[in-house]
Every structure is written in C-alpha cells, then in structure tokens.
Write a protein that binds this ligand. Structure first.
Ligand code: AHR
Length: 503
C-alpha cells in the first residue's frame, strides 16, 4: 500500500465557491432537447411535453445553471425563430450539426423547463452570422420590463414578467474554422465589445462572457485571448475556456493525468487576463467561465456514420458517448481542478447534460439512466459548496507519456457554511491502494460521518438502460470519532468523498 498525506487548515483558503461552478449545458444538438428533456407523448411527459424522469435526474444531479441554446448551434441561430406561436415557427437547416431545427422548443419553453429543473439560465447570443444589434434585441426581449418593441413582444407571447437572464455568452468558439462566422481575434474583440456595450446599456445588471480559445490546442491560443481582451476588457466580465479529453489509445495513466493540462490552461488564461488588466491600468479583474468541459471521444466514428445516413433529419443521435468508469475518474479530477481554482473560475458547465456527451441518457419512448460521470458531479455539486480550502498534498508521483511528476492522489477540500468539511480525492494509481493520512490541525475535534466511494475493477465498465447500477457509488463504513487526524484507505483507481462534521 502507498502512503499520502493531506494537511488542511480552515485558515488556508483559496476562496468562496460560486455555485455556478456546477453548471451544465443543453444545446440544440442531437437528442439533447428533442428526445432528451422534451418528448411529448412519452408516458412520463408533463403537460408541456417535458419528461419528468429526466427532470428528476437533473434535480438529483444538482445543476444550478444551464447554458443554452449552443454551442456551435448558436452561431447560425435566429432567436426570433424560437418565440411566438409554435405552429408559426420556421424549420431551419442547422449548419453546425447538419440537422433540421424545428424550433418546437424555444426560449419560453426552455425557460419554463429550467425553472422547474431548478436551473438559472446562461444564454448565448449569435455573434457568428449576426451581430450587436440582434444581441441587444434579445436582452430587451428577455429582460426589459415592458413598453418597448421586444419586451412587448415577449408579453404578447405570454410572459409578462421579464426572464431576468443574468449571464450571457458573447458567441461561441469564434476562433474555430468549424464555426459559422469565424473571426480573427481582433474582429471578434471589436464585435464583442460593441455587443457588450449595447447589451449592458439595455440591462446594466447582466454579466458577459467573452469567447476565449476553443482549446489549448488551437494555434492562436494565448494570442487570441490577448488580442480580443485588448478590445473588450472593460465591458466583459469573464473569458470562456473549453476543454474535452479522450483516451483513444487506452492509456489510463496518461488519460487520468490530463488535469495537469487543465490546471495549466486555467493558470495561463488567468495570467493573460491579468496582463491585460495591468496594461490597461484597470482596477477590474476578469474571471473565468469554464463553460464546456468533459470527456468526449467515444462517439466520434459513430457520428460520421449518422451523418452519412441521416443528414438533415431532426434530432439525430449525435455525440452519444457511453461513459466508462475511467471517464468518471477523470471527470472527478476535473471537478477537483475546478474547486482548486475557485478563486478564478466562477462559472463552469459540464458539457452537456442529456444524451449529448452527457451524464443523463434516455431512450425515445423508454427509460432514463445515469452514466458513470453522473456520480462525481452529483457529489461535488452537493458537497462542494462554501469555501475552497488549500489542500497541502504530499503524494507519490508517476510519469506518463505527456507529464512527469503526476501526483497519484489528486485532492480538493471544501468548508461548508455549517462548518462541515468535505475532502474529494481521486487515487490514480492503477494497482495499489493508498493510505491517506489527513491532518485536520485547526478544526478541533471532527467526526467523520461518511466515505462515499466510486470504484469498479474494470475501467471500461459502463451503465446501460438494462444494467444501470454497474458503476454506482457506495457508502464505506467509517470510524466515527477521529479528533484532529484521520486515516483512510483510498482503493486503487477510485473517486472518494470524505465528509466530516464538528463534534
Ligand atoms: O459541446 C459540443 C460542442 O463542442 C459545442 O457545440 C461546441 O461549442 C464545442 O466545440
């Protein structure tokens, strides 16, 4: 057995955790909306056609924020298509996903769904094929109380009170050649700045996310952030980060080390924000919105086949990754990385929520089940609230293809407002358990109340509709009184949540 140690002190604080760190994402893509959250005629659909089994699964997951309606989809989207009488809404060819968008579910319907599911909306505007004017119009439609063209249109469409959307994305991945209306950093920075000014003139209470690079692999990464922030720093509040990881070669050790890249990514973008702040002699700090993150690779080949046969159909079965146990471990480590960077990352969205690279899956006309990645997210959202503590971790390390010195124990800790402490740990070791020595020096006598464990002997194990409980968390029996120290065994390849309350 290996040994690791974590020192925690309630005065070693990283910062307050914004609950929007546990956001997710629903795009008009594949079966996320049609056949996912919305399936009129399903035995469990409500009066609006929303599946109540899916809604319950979303509520259990704990998703305080949902980004909508894209993604790549938004860069060709006309928001006006999605409001007003459903039978009058146009069908559009969506050039992002080669699908027909029927607009049956639009802004009003989705806002009702989000309200019922307990999620606040994060709404993306189209800065690909459209510009500042339409961005301003949708803010007026959604948030202005009334007595103007677009707010009156909302009222006529049945919604008297404003939707009160507080968080807005200024386009999506505008650096990518796959994006409708791709721009250079300078072009995007200028458009984002003008859109931001106009949107905030309509509603000064809103917050805005400018597009960072669509990933660290982009040749323009870094320079994109620098140039676009140079144009729009004063009028935006967050920069977006997107990152997906995959394990196509089956190298589990290397795959689980990917959060080293995520950490570097966050540090680099924070530094660039601060460099622009310095250059502009600004007092304002721009924070980060990690508004797309997950594992994504399992469905890549399948999607090429779908497009060969069903291009332009409605609700194509796209990006339907079936997640295995090692994916859940990486998702756990990604959550740990977000918590460790809670001083700068204020918003984050697991991409996505239902059917499309998602923790929740459905079958049309059939069941709804939780994928492996559902559980670490649920635990982190439930217990990762309050203050993020600086965990001083001494752990064995390993080297892999892309990184040297990867700690086998990856950890974060949070202190809730009621004084309870949660420690989140992934043991990345492929074969050996680890005896973790927890030094809780400043907490007085703490009682360990719970050890939640997610483990499976087969890293490729998955949950299915027929066998939904193959990879599920268990509660490990704990020794209740521990004083200021605790020793816990972290099984090889495991996600652990260790919970303590004041005695
Ligand atoms: O989440 C799937 C897609 O990934 C999004 O539409 C896009 O923003 C990203 O490339």
């Amino acid at each position: 057995m290996k040994n690791a140690k974590i020192i925690l002190d309630q005065d070693y604080r990283i910062g307050l955790i914004d609950k929007r760190l546990f956001g997710s994402f629903i795009e008009h893509l594949g079966r996320a909306v049609y056949g996912g959250i919305y399936e009129p005629g399903h035995p469990l659909a409500d009066e609006l056609g929303f599946r109540t089994d899916v809604m319950d699964a979303v509520r259990r997951l704990g998703v305080p924020l949902v980004r909508y309606p894209g993604g790549n989809f938004v860069s060709g989207f006309h928001w006006e298509d999605s409001v007003g009488p459903v039978e009058k809404r146009p069908k559009r060819l969506d050039l992002a996903w080669f699908t027909t968008e029927t607009n049956e579910v639009g802004l009003h319907e989705f806002a009702s769904w989000a309200e019922k599911a307990g999620c606040e909306l994060m709404y993306a505007v189209n800065l690909g094929t459209r510009g500042p004017e339409q961005a301003r119009d949708i803010v007026e439609y959604a948030n202005h109380p009334g007595n103007s063209k677009f707010s009156d249109m909302r009222i006529a469409n049945g919604r008297k009170d404003p939707l009160g959307i507080k968080l807005w994305c200024l386009g999506n991945e505008m650096d990518g050649p796959w994006q409708m209306g791709q721009k250079t950093a300078y072009e995007y920075g200028r458009v984002a700045n003008e859109a931001a000014k106009m949107m905030k003139w309509v509603d000064p209470t809103i917050e805005l996310v400018a597009c960072g690079s669509s990933g660290t692999g982009m040749p323009t990464f870094g320079d994109w952030e620098l140039q676009m922030l140079n144009e729009c720093y004063d009028n935006i509040d967050y920069v977006s980060l997107h990152r997906y990881y995959g394990n196509p070669t089956g190298d589990t050790a290397g795959f689980l080390a990917r959060t080293m890249d995520m950490d570097d990514f966050i540090r680099s973008v924070s530094s660039i924000c601060d460099a622009v702040k310095g250059k502009k002699h600004s007092k304002k700090q721009v924070n980060l919105s990690f508004d797309e993150w997950n594992v994504w690779y399992h469905s890549n080949e399948q999607d090429q086949e779908v497009w060969k046969c069903e291009k332009w159909d409605r609700a194509l079965p796209l990006l339907e990754d079936v997640y295995n146990f090692e994916d859940a471990l990486l998702v756990g480590s990604m959550l740990i990385t977000l918590l460790r960077n809670a001083d700068r990352v204020k918003v984050a969205c697991l991409a996505q929520l239902v059917n499309v690279i998602a923790p929740i899956m459905t079958r049309n006309g059939g069941g709804c089940w939780a994928q492996t990645i559902y559980f670490p997210f649920m635990h982190a959202s439930k217990y990762g609230r309050g203050t993020s503590l600086r965990a001083i971790v001494s752990s064995p390390v390993y080297d892999c293809s892309d990184y040297e010195g990867v700690p086998t124990v990856d950890a974060a800790a949070t202190l809730a407002d009621d004084g309870s402490l949660s420690v989140f740990c992934v043991n990345r070791d492929l074969s050996e358990p680890c005896l973790l020595d927890l030094d809780l020096r400043s907490f007085g006598r703490l009682k360990m109340t719970e050890h939640l464990l997610l483990h499976h002997d087969d890293v490729k194990a998955v949950n299915t509709e027929e066998q939904p409980d193959t990879v599920v968390p268990v509660s490990v029996p704990v020794t209740p009184a521990v004083g200021e120290r605790a020793q816990i065994v972290l099984p090889a390849l495991s996600w652990n949540v260790l919970r303590f309350t004041k005695e």
